[in-house]
Design a protein. Structure first.
Ligand SMILES: NC(=O)c1ccc[n+]([C@@H]2O[C@H](COP(=O)([O-])OP(=O)(O)OC[C@H]3O[C@@H](n4cnc5c(N)ncnc54)[C@H](O)[C@@H]3O)[C@@H](O)[C@H]2O)c1
Length: 253
């Protein structure tokens, strides 16, 4: 897959899946805006890319704030001239707690970051793609297997990830004629800071989680990154409005 000279904007690219995706796009020839609320880890991603010979820019951005997302997209376009791909990946895992113990603050924070971040991210990415001389582009929103199935002890997270799929399908239909393809990806447990937090909630948790996955292992960030590149590639021009399960076979049964 080649993305030579394409401009890619990735939220949450300071860690885990977002960082692996940023590295994979730059290896495939793209220039990448690394958008993250965490400046230290975001700049580390840029450093890793530059040391590997790639081109990347850090843009500070809290995705829950529409003003910050707009400014981050503008800064990307001011630096690189256009936008071809948007990856709305930033997310939080929230409290691991029963439905009745979840608090209004946790619920609202989850919706602000995991749903608001994708909604505002897509709004500003699509506005930019429509304004360009060659309209078109690709967007991938990072949902989860918890966006397909219920997740005991994670009601706000599961609700937020179901919402991501609704936003994805709707935007895909609205902008299909302008050749903007919009898809979601639904990873199962994938090694990252977020999953380490979950593993550490109880002894034996990692093994119990692993046993749920038919392929017998967690995903690696690069497994998800390669699927995201495939979703965005020009060779994949007939695929839009879908939620791709990257789950080691979990939802096949
Ligand atoms: N790791 C998994 O098992 C798994 C499974 C399914 C879905 N996901 C989803 O994948 C995405 C990436 O998660 P990850 O596992 O790489 O986690 P991670 O914690 O390693 O990375 C998340 C990144 O998002 C950034 N971020 C968090 N809140 C932000 C905000 N408000 N604004 C901007 N940046 C923000 C963090 O600073 C961090 O760099 C998330 O949307 C997550 O829900 C992860």
């Amino acid at each position: 897959m080649k993305f030579t000279d394409q401009i890619v904007f990735i939220t949450g690219a300071g860690s885990g899946i977002g960082r692996a995706t940023a590295l994979a796009f730059t290896k495939a020839g793209a220039r990448v805006a690394v958008a993250d609320v965490n400046e230290t880890s975001g700049r580390e991603t840029v450093d890793l890319i530059q040391r590997a010979g790639g081109d990347a820019l850090f843009v500070a951005c809290n995705v829950a704030d529409p003003v910050q997302i707009e400014a981050a997209v503008r800064q990307t376009v001011a630096t690189y001239g256009r936008l071809d791909v948007g990856i709305n990946n930033a997310g939080i895992g929230g409290a691991f707690a029963r439905f009745t113990d979840q608090t209004p603050d946790d619920f609202n924070q989850m919706m602000a970051v995991n749903v608001g971040g994708v909604f505002y991210g897509m709004q500003h990415q699509i506005r930019q793609m429509l304004a360009q001389d060659r309209p078109g582009g690709a967007i991938v929103n990072v949902s989860s297997i918890a966006g397909i199935r219920g997740m005991p002890m994670g009601a706000p997270y599961s609700a937020s990830k179901h919402a991501v799929i609704g936003l994805t399908k709707t935007a895909a239909l609205e902008y299909v004629r302008q050749r903007i393809r919009v898809n979601a990806i639904c990873p199962v447990y994938t090694h990252s800071a977020m999953v380490d937090d979950l593993i550490n909630t109880a002894p034996g948790m990692e093994e119990r989680m692993r046993r749920m996955i038919p392929l017998g292992r967690f995903g690696q960030p690069d497994d998800i990154a390669q699927a995201i590149l495939w979703l965005c590639s020009d060779e994949n021009s007939f695929y839009t409005g879908q939620a791709l399960h990257m789950d080691g076979g979990l939802t096949a049964g």
